[in-house]
Design a protein around this ligand. Structure first.
Ligand SMILES: O=C[C@H](O)COP(=O)(O)O
Length: 264
């Protein structure tokens, strides 16, 4: 039985301005409160655009919300002549808990290398912000051995020079590119196979204790209709949800997958 706390993280991508963010977060909070959601049982996070973070922080602090929040990227540097980049130290001052790093959309559109992803992870950890390391970028090799190896090489490159103690805090999100935004979801078996492979490689890189501590999420067209079957797998600890997280009621259902799974 896993002792890892499940995490449902909604990656809003480039959607919802700061006013829409407040409305969406407020609705999510009310929906979860009405359902008496136990945040110690399933952690809920939203990753809004940078422009929304201060507004989100103000609402979370004012209403003492248990929803946590994060950013969608971070600079490899803490300050200086890096026009347009976002410092992890500034994110920490905005109360950010998590930061997605190495998302396939950034690897694709910004040519982010494993080396840069590794630098960003070190930068986030240095500021006390928890990385959500995204791996699994690939074109169309589904469950092929090459896809597994490609994903594990991304994992290794991202974790270079990261200690076991640091690695234990990191969240890994497996996102097959062919499932992102397509409505095609990996099967629970696909998700389990990769999560197990990721955990196995972590045990080789570090030790079993570290591998068992790391939360592994699945991302790629997660919906309230498919999340429970994915979460039933032993090595899957949550989801990184894109489109479905923009609808607060749908995302609340995803966060409350256990009640839907047992039909409560
Ligand atoms: O970060 C989220 C993933 O890219 C999945 O996005 P999606 O749920 O819209 O497929």
């Amino acid at each position: 039985m896993s002792t890892r706390t499940p995490l449902m993280a909604g990656n809003w991508k480039m959607n919802l301005d700061h006013q829409q963010a407040i409305q969406t977060l407020q609705k999510l909070a009310w929906t979860l409160k009405d359902a008496k959601h136990d945040f110690s049982a399933v952690e809920v996070a939203v990753l809004p655009p940078f422009t929304d973070l201060r507004s989100v922080q103000t609402l979370v602090d004012a209403d003492k919300l248990e929803i946590v929040y994060g950013a969608q990227d971070v600079s490899a540097f803490t300050s200086g002549a890096y026009t347009g980049e976002i410092s992890p130290v500034f994110l920490a001052k905005l109360g950010v808990t998590y930061v997605a790093i190495g998302h396939s959309e950034r690897r694709e559109h910004h040519n982010e290398s494993d080396r840069l992803v590794n630098a960003k992870i070190k930068s986030a950890l240095g500021a006390g912000v928890i990385p959500i390391l995204c791996v699994g970028e690939d074109i169309d090799t589904r469950r092929a051995a090459a896809h597994v190896q490609h994903t594990l090489l991304q994992l290794e490159g991202a974790l270079e020079d990261i200690s076991a103690e640091q690695a234990k805090t990191i969240v890994v999100a497996y996102e097959p590119v062919w499932a992102i935004g397509t409505g095609e979801t990996a099967t629970p078996e696909d998700a389990q196979e990769m999560a197990e492979a990721i955990r196995g490689r972590l045990a080789e890189l570090y030790d079993r204790d570290t591998a068992d501590a790391v939360r592994v999420l699945y991302g790629g067209s997660v919906k309230s209709s498919n999340v429970a079957s994915i979460m039933a797998k032993p090595d899957v600890d949550g989801a990184l949800v894109g489109g479905a997280s923009l609808d607060p009621e749908e995302f609340a259902k995803i966060a409350r997958y256990q009640s839907h799974a047992v039909g409560l």
